[in-house]
Ligand binder design. Structure first.
Ligand SMILES: Cc1cc2nc3c(=O)[nH]c(=O)nc-3n(C[C@H](O)[C@H](O)[C@H](O)COP(=O)(O)OP(=O)(O)OC[C@H]3O[C@@H](n4cnc5c(N)ncnc54)[C@H](O)[C@@H]3O)c2cc1C
Length: 428
């Protein structure tokens, strides 16, 4: 091809919206661009659906082992007896109906040079862009005595599934007058307000069924998301049933004896539980480490404009696995990041400029039926990092009418319905 005809071909391709970059030019000539998404949770399923919407010609394959995804959001309400298990499950027919190929397998290896993913089925998928949204893995033994076997007696219930159901059964079997002990890690971890909402939901259940019981929270830090609102709500709704002990008051647990259902704190106190819920330190899902996109922190550094990883070109990461502070590790954040990455990839593959990035988050927490609180923020890239846009966010007021708390509970319900439809489609 002469320089002139090459330039002409590039111009034609650009005009047709196909591509400008060389590797994509090759792809465009040999067939549709291929994007593989690993993880069918909040980040991955969103990215797959929005990419297909922005670029219908792109071949999108979603890899997810489970035929049904159960959400952590609202799993605390299940513990509190306010939701049944089935209402937390979402299937993948909505994605299939949108033209996405859904493969139920585990991604076991990623080759960033050859641009392939190897699946548990032995199948190898080639990709032009790879999106990883594998969520978190527990850091077993980072807390002495807490490993996978210990989680069978002292569940974390920090991934929705059998662990959540086990914790619910333990709660139901707990004697009246018993103590529910929750161990809470330092930041960063999945869902910063999650433990405190769980405390309220457990107290809601206990007040109805075992009113002489207690909820003891042992926390490795002194501050947490929406702290004044939680302290106020626990007191107003449950009196002295919920006790929170922070770092300064010897709240940091240093070892767990799952057999005895007891924990030891930094200053040597022992706490005995009837039900022991240990939320351990976490890290990015292991496939991200396997792909070579994780740094020494255990999380995936990303470019804030697109969520492409800084370690391997062409690999994007979303959601809890990423280092995206000040954005929290939330489903809301993973959903918004999935949309932004999809828009960036669609633009790149068609040679258009990547649209300017802006992100948002809202975390609703339910403290009792008709009693909700929330925190919201808006974020954008600045000098290679994400920053919270000044004066953009907000938090529920401490002085509020019952009407406002009830409205926020209703907003939380509406959010769950809306995000579920947005992520998995209505055919779930
Ligand atoms: C108790 C609790 C309550 C919460 N409540 C809220 C809330 O009210 N609001 C909110 O915004 N957030 C909430 N969250 C946080 C929310 O659950 C997470 O932030 C969100 O799930 C992150 O999305 P993700 O895509 O990163 O990971 P996930 O949604 O966990 O999805 C990860 C998916 O990747 C799959 N996967 C992992 N490895 C592989 C592999 N090798 N191959 C193929 N697939 C793989 C997994 O099977 C999983 O389906 C809560 C969390 C907890 C624990």
């Amino acid at each position: 091809m002469t320089r002139h005809s090459r330039r002409a071909a590039l111009k034609t391709l650009a005009a047709s919206g196909l591509t400008l970059a060389m590797p994509d030019l090759v792809r465009a000539q040999s067939g549709a661009a291929r994007v593989v998404v690993v993880g069918g949770g909040f980040g991955g399923a969103t990215a797959a659906r929005y990419l297909k919407r922005h670029a219908p010609g792109v071949q999108v394959t979603l890899v997810e082992p489970s035929p049904r995804f159960y959400t952590c959001p609202f799993s605390n309400l299940y513990l509190g007896g306010l939701r049944d298990w089935d209402s937390l499950g979402h299937g993948f027919d909505g994605l299939r109906a949108a033209g996405i190929e859904v493969v139920h397998a585990e991604a076991q290896d990623v080759d960033g040079q050859a641009r392939t993913v190897t699946l548990s089925s032995g199948q190898k998928l080639a990709w032009d862009r790879l999106i990883l949204s594998p969520g978190v893995d527990m850091r077993w033994n980072a807390l002495a005595g807490y490993d996978e076997a210990a989680a069978q007696r002292a569940p974390h219930a920090w991934k929705a599934g059998p662990q959540t159901q086990l914790l619910r059964r333990q709660l139901q079997a707990m004697p009246d007058g018993g103590t529910f002990v929750m161990v809470i890690p330092e930041n960063p971890f999945r869902c910063p307000p999650g433990p405190y909402e769980r405390a309220a939901m457990v107290a809601h259940y206990l007040r109805q069924h075992k009113p002489r019981s207690k909820v003891l929270l042992l926390d490795a830090k002194d501050n947490f998301s929406k702290k004044p609102l939680f302290l106020q709500g626990w007191k107003a709704l449950y009196g002295d049933m919920v006790e929170w002990v922070g770092l300064a008051d010897d709240g940091r647990v240093t070892s767990v004896d799952a057999r005895a259902l007891s924990v030891q704190t930094a200053f040597g106190q022992t706490h005995q539980a009837d039900v022991l819920n240990v939320i351990p330190p976490q890290q990015a899902g292991w496939i991200a480490r396997r792909a070579g996109v994780v740094d020494a922190s255990g999380w995936v550094p990303v470019k804030p404009e697109s969520f492409e990883t800084t370690q391997v070109a062409g690999i994007y990461a979303l959601g809890d696995a990423t280092l995206a502070a000040p954005m929290p590790k939330s489903a809301f954040a993973a959903n918004v990041q999935g949309k932004m990455a999809a828009a960036a990839i669609a633009a790149e593959l068609s040679g258009r400029p990547v649209p300017p990035a802006v992100y948002a988050n809202t975390c609703y927490s339910l403290l009792a039926p008709g009693y909700g609180i929330s925190v919201a923020g808006v974020y954008r890239p600045q000098h290679g990092k994400l920053i919270e846009v000044p004066d953009s966010g907000g938090i529920s007021p401490l002085q509020a009418t019952p009407g406002l708390r009830a409205a926020e509970a209703a907003y939380g319900d509406a959010w769950y319905a809306a995000i579920s439809a947005d992520v998995w489609g209505r055919a779930s």
